[in-house]
Design a binder for this molecule. Structure first.
Ligand SMILES: C[S@@+](CC[C@H](N)C(=O)[O-])C[C@H]1O[C@@H](n2cnc3c(N)ncnc32)[C@H](O)[C@@H]1O
Length: 259
């Protein structure tokens, strides 16, 4: 698959401080990750083409990030536009909110998996049930290629290459990954209020792309997708509407490049 970002937009790649004419240096130091200037998600999607996957992790319309009165309509449009760019689209959200996306899926797309992120270490603020799950919808174009073989061990991969595997064992659709809080995931924590652990993004990238493919995260927050894509040798284009988070993502991706 060809990877392409429309050139006018590429010219606006965010550069490291004091590196106004060193975009090639920045590109190599960040591996294959490009971080665009702050922009709205729809603007980013308009300028992107031919990605394997788009990861959408918007504010949740509850709690941090505030409430948008036309949230369902807005998210539906964002999902629609994402399918102009990629065969796989992931949508994160609270189950009771994000489920409404399924009522208006674009034509010729389907729910490939309802993924649940299960965490046991959310501190209890209220009397009653303690939050322990979050949802990620994996949506795909009909017939889009999946890569469950990316989850196999080396031994399994060898047997697969030799044609000795009768079936490919896919990963579970429940991701048991603790929240990065307190002493948990200290090395990952950036201070972004809704940062996802690397282990929740990694399986999404693995299931929907191969090495060298492009993944787009147009609401990238702290840049988790960029770090994962560097680790897995995928290209990535990241953007966020917030200047503060764009700078945070750039710093984080630079620090993690090549690790
Ligand atoms: C849930 S956070 C993403 C967290 C990210 N996955 C991470 O691991 O750090 C949502 C992000 O979306 C950004 N955002 C919200 N609305 C946006 C919009 N209309 N266009 C672009 N970015 C947006 C926010 O600034 C915020 O950083």
């Amino acid at each position: 698959m060809q990877h392409q970002i429309i050139p006018g937009r590429l010219a606006r790649v965010v550069r490291a401080k004091g590196a106004s004419s060193r975009s090639s240096v920045l590109q190599s130091r960040t591996g294959g990750v490009t971080i665009l200037e702050p922009a709205d998600v729809l603007e980013t999607l308009e300028s992107a083409r031919d990605a394997s996957a788009v990861i959408l992790d918007p504010w949740y319309n509850r709690g941090v990030g505030g409430v948008r009165h036309n949230y369902d309509e807005w998210l539906g449009t964002v999902v629609d536009r994402s399918f102009d760019v990629a065969d796989h689209v992931y949508v994160w959200g609270f189950p009771q909110i994000v489920c409404r996306v399924l009522d208006k899926l674009p034509p010729k797309t389907e729910l490939t998996a309802w993924i649940t992120w299960y965490y046991k270490n959310c501190p209890s603020m209220i009397r009653g049930w303690r939050s322990a799950q979050y949802t990620c919808l994996h949506l795909s174009r009909d017939g889009a290629r999946l890569y469950p073989e990316n989850f196999m061990t080396e031994e399994q991969q060898e047997r697969y290459r030799e044609g000795k595997m009768r079936y490919i064992p896919g990963p579970p659709s429940v991701l048991e990954v603790p929240l990065n809080i307190g002493f948990v995931g200290r090395g990952e924590q950036t201070g972004h209020p809704a940062q996802k652990p690397l282990k929740t993004i990694e399986p999404l990238v693995k299931m929907s792309s191969k090495e060298g493919d492009l993944v787009i995260d147009p609401m990238c927050g702290s840049g988790t997708t960029g770090v994962v894509c560097n680790m897995l040798n995928r290209k990535a284009v990241l953007c966020d509407m917030s200047e503060e988070y764009t700078a945070l993502a750039r710093k984080r991706v630079l620090e993690n490049a090549g690790q």
